[in-house]
Design a binder for this molecule. Structure first.
Ligand code: 0PR
Length: 431
């Protein structure tokens, strides 16, 4: 740090320099985030000093947080949104950590409860059984990498269930992996690579059958599925259905994570973690609940201490301002981009690897004279991906599960961007 501070003028010039090297999202097809809604930015600025880690000082912001939980629960088809329980987080990773942390605590509370009712020999047998193998969590192979961090952090084993040809988890595979050390199940609504939704209805049944908690990672899909219409062949708008059951209308779902900083059009960081009700946490909350004698609240039970009140205000503002109709329009815009993308792709002889259900399209590259399997290996895809960036400035990602390019069609993308990008892609694959 300099001894003498830099002038405001000099500093602003410096900030412009740094911000010019950041993206303005103009050529970004790789990100699950987007430009926030202007009303979210206004609210963010107005609440820049707010910290909901000290609720007594920021009672207004805390009321907004409670309202966000209620609105989210309603959006997630909670049968009684008033009894939903949750809070805002920094995003999908933190929400997933907390959901799994509670699963683990719940499991351990159950086993200590039952072992206190057992004979001494039984106790020893049980504890040696638990020591033999780690506690485990069952999740789809397509789960986000945040779960790798969680496994390490919480010392649990990840049991990865098989997926079908549409990259959705196979429920029979999930059921076959359950054992006495399983702490819970994970389903994904909008997986990171393909935007597919697991069969949450079957997962819910399995969760109920084995009395296991089921957490739904809807970090991306949370602000898509509730507003997505499945187009009816007859083109009769009144017959359009709202897609996928994935949330609290399924009785086995115990918690859901959604990210306003993705398709929710809020600012970064903004995640929401909702539990069906507080009773699920009764066995676990004490492990995270700490006394906070010198703060305005008696205790704190969130993973992080200081939490951004400006993210709460921004999320509240955009959810209230857009309402159900506004988000429906946002999703419809992105799905229109999907249709345009498919049309432009077909003009250059390409098509999506699987039919996109939401605004993520995955494309394997088929050379004019060769079949996919001959040429579209990972190195080839990586070459095209990096050339799209280096030659034309397009940010596109590559998938890991199969060798393919991945395009996320967020609200900042336009049809003109798509047309230009596909014409650049054509140049590369024709070469
Ligand atoms: N769950 C799912 C299904 C996700 O897709 C993601 C993030 C997470 C959890 C974790 O969310 P946070 O990163 O908010 O903690 N998916 C994006 C990804 O990994 C995150 C992202 C967004 C990365 C924008 C880069 C970017 O520019 O691609």
């Amino acid at each position: 740090m300099n001894k003498k501070g830099v002038s405001e003028e000099e500093l602003l010039a410096e900030l412009s320099f740094f911000s010019d090297t950041d993206t303005n999202f103009k050529k970004v097809f790789s990100s699950m985030c987007t430009i926030p809604h202007p009303i979210a930015v206004v609210a963010q600025q107005q609440f820049s000093l707010s910290n909901i880690g000290d609720p007594g000082l920021f009672q207004g912001t805390c009321r907004m947080e409670m309202e966000i939980i209620r609105m989210s629960a309603f959006m997630l088809k909670h049968p009684d949104s008033v009894s939903a329980f949750g809070h805002m987080t920094s995003g999908g990773t933190e929400s997933n950590i907390e959901a799994v942390f509670h699963m683990k605590n719940r499991f351990l509370s159950f086993s200590s409860f039952s072992s206190s009712h057992e004979s001494k020999t039984q106790k020893i047998q049980n504890s040696s059984k638990l020591n033999d193998s780690k506690l485990n969590l069952i999740l789809p192979k397509t789960a986000h990498f945040s779960f790798e961090k969680i496994a390490n952090l919480l010392d649990i084993e990840l049991k990865k269930a098989d997926i079908d040809s549409d990259f959705r988890v196979i429920s029979e595979s999930v059921e076959s992996l359950i054992d006495k050390n399983t702490i819970g199940l994970i389903g994904i609504a909008g997986n990171t690579e393909f935007g597919e939704c697991d069969p949450i209805e079957s997962l819910s049944e399995i969760a109920l059958k084995y009395n296991l908690p089921l957490h739904i990672d809807a970090a991306f899909g949370g602000f898509v599925y509730p507003f997505l219409e499945i187009e009816n062949e007859s083109k009769d708008e009144s017959k359009n259905e709202i897609a996928n059951k994935f949330a609290f209308d399924l009785p086995g779902v115990t918690s859901v994570s959604i990210d306003p900083h993705k398709m929710g059009l809020s600012v970064i960081p903004a995640g929401v973690l909702v539990f069906r009700d507080e009773s699920f946490l009764n066995l676990s909350l004490d492990k995270i609940k700490v006394q906070t004698p010198y703060l305005t609240s008696k205790y704190q039970s969130t993973l992080t201490g200081t939490r951004s009140g400006s993210s709460v205000a921004a999320t509240y503002a955009v959810m209230k301002h857009l309402g159900f109709d506004g988000y429906k329009k946002n999703v419809a815009y992105c799905m229109d981009l999907v249709n345009h993308f498919k049309k432009e792709l077909s003009k250059i002889g390409l098509k999506p690897y699987i039919s996109p259900k939401i605004n993520i399209i995955v494309v394997s590259i088929e050379n004019k004279n060769k079949k996919i399997a001959d040429c579209a290996d990972y190195a080839e895809i990586e070459k095209i991906r990096s050339q799209l960036l280096e030659k034309y400035g397009w940010n596109v990602s590559a998938t890991k599960t199969i060798p393919a390019l991945r395009f996320v069609l967020m609200p900042h993308v336009t049809k003109e961007d798509i047309t230009r990008m596909i014409s650049d892609l054509k140049e590369l694959i024709d070469y």
